[in-house]
Design a protein around this ligand. Sequence first.
Ligand SMILES: [Zn+2]
Length: 307
Amino acid sequence: MTVADDLNAFKAAARILTWLGAIGRLTLPIDLDLVRQMLSDTPFGRGSAIKEPADLTWNASEGALVRNPDDEREWGIFVNPKARPERRRFTIAHELGHFILHRTSQPSFLCDKESVYSGIDNLKQIEREADDFASNLLMPGDMLRDRIAGKCIDFNLIGTLAKEFGVSLESMSIRIVKYTEQRAMLVYWDHGFLKYQWPSGNARKTRVRLRQTGDPQEPLAGTLAADDSIDQEWDGVDMPAKVWCTSEADEIKLRELKHTYTGGNRVLSLLMLESAPPRTYFRSGWEDGPTHDTFDRFVDSGQLPVR
Ligand SMILES: [Zn+2]
């Protein structure tokens, strides 16, 4: 190992952010070129160098990290040239994560779209770690916390933050749903079918479940997600939570937000639910009381996501 055995994605990103801060360069969006170049002078990359990212033309993957077969100290990052700039940034950060965390275990990494950025939770461990690294590096938790404190979370806020941090709306949505104390659920639809759903910690504790339509899951009647006449609803619309979630009490409401991507085939739904008491199963843990805020819990858990 070139780095400490207990290094994880969160700690690695946190250390890089600290180093950036120390040289007065902890500014948004995070300068990935600077990070890449500085790694050689840090314990994370000493003795190795990463060349400037190049277009990935020899493979249909989203990104790759490859060791030069003629010079094992040199590594190259390759990125899908057709991807949008914010996606390219996430891919580069993901490959930097492989470089720091995994390069001693294999000489090359080919990363497809599903593994580089998505809420899909059955990724290989190293892909998940690289994603977590990218997410923490590009969207530093304390900078994010300052910006969402006391704010109403909707796609307007998420869109503004996504621009400021240089990430996609989806990446920022995932980060915020992982982060928020509110009961929230992010749902991604692809060609009319569920691709993934991602509950926040408190949604999980209170067992928020989508009403099932079958397998694969389709948008539910009465929701914005099912309404083809509405492409965007960034402010959100209030409705009974029961429309989406079977087990919610009659009086509980949720706000549904909708973003449709260009082309109309991919839809992101964000559900912000009213608070509700945790279900019995989780109560013992809950009654201990949240002594940490979400950020602290991320630190404690090494930022490995609760999925
Ligand atoms: Zn990867």
